[in-house]
Design a protein around this ligand. Sequence first.
Ligand SMILES: Nc1ncnc2c1ncn2[C@@H]1O[C@H](COP(=O)(O)OP(=O)(O)O)[C@@H](O)[C@H]1O
Ligand SMILES: [Mg+2]
Length: 234
Amino acid sequence: MQSVLLLNAKGGSGKTTIATNLASLYASAGFKTAILDYDPQGSSHYWGSLRDSTEHAPVHIIDASHKRTGITRAFQLKTPPDTERVIIDTPAGISRDLLREAVDRADIIVIPVTPSPIDIHASAEFIRELMLTIKMRAASIPIGIIANRVRQQTPIYQPLERFLDSQDIPFLATLSDSDHYISASEKGVGIHEMEPSLVTQERIEWAPLVKWIGEHLPHTSSPGENLLLRAAAN
Ligand SMILES: Nc1ncnc2c1ncn2[C@@H]1O[C@H](COP(=O)(O)OP(=O)(O)O)[C@@H](O)[C@H]1O
Ligand SMILES: [Mg+2]
């Protein structure tokens, strides 16, 4: 089982959008996929409730936000047997405890950042704190950044880029601001499940992200992974 954790201390940066698009991409490529939703607002959970399971590959959604009494935390967060991909969606302002728990479950961390000076500034601070949390673990976890909701190419990310370079954290992809993400979320699908000619640009922008994740998740050189990469690149 391989887990991708979406993080950013700020709301609205695209965690849920990328979590649901990634989950539906893996599911449609044939991976048994689950989303672990740590957000009490339950946006990924809501997305899952809109998903038509007769038409689209199933994505199992687990509500991780509220600690439930009467069962152990491990049981509450248990994924179905044979789950291959877990996408972890998290809330804005995640608490230290939940951050630690989510990091403990992650093989890889992806941080979406919008092109606003406030988000960029807050992200650098957040990444510093995140790296301290990760250091407390024995193994290191690859971290990558996504520029999300980009309307035009401006050098706005430069201050963050310098910091990321010094920490060896890559920019993985630039995703445009596109209404197709909104219409996909209204139907409980991802952009890779929409008519390909409608979302040509979005698919091109996703390809390097999917490739990086495939290369950095442990033990993923399976035929299924190649299929997925081809699906993403088409
Ligand atoms: N690349 C994008 N293009 C257009 N709208 C986007 C994009 N990414 C996110 N959104 C929209 O921005 C809002 C916030 O995104 P969301 O994924 O919910 O952020 P978060 O989970 O980090 O709070 C949502 O309405 C979502 O549909
Ligand atoms: Mg969200």
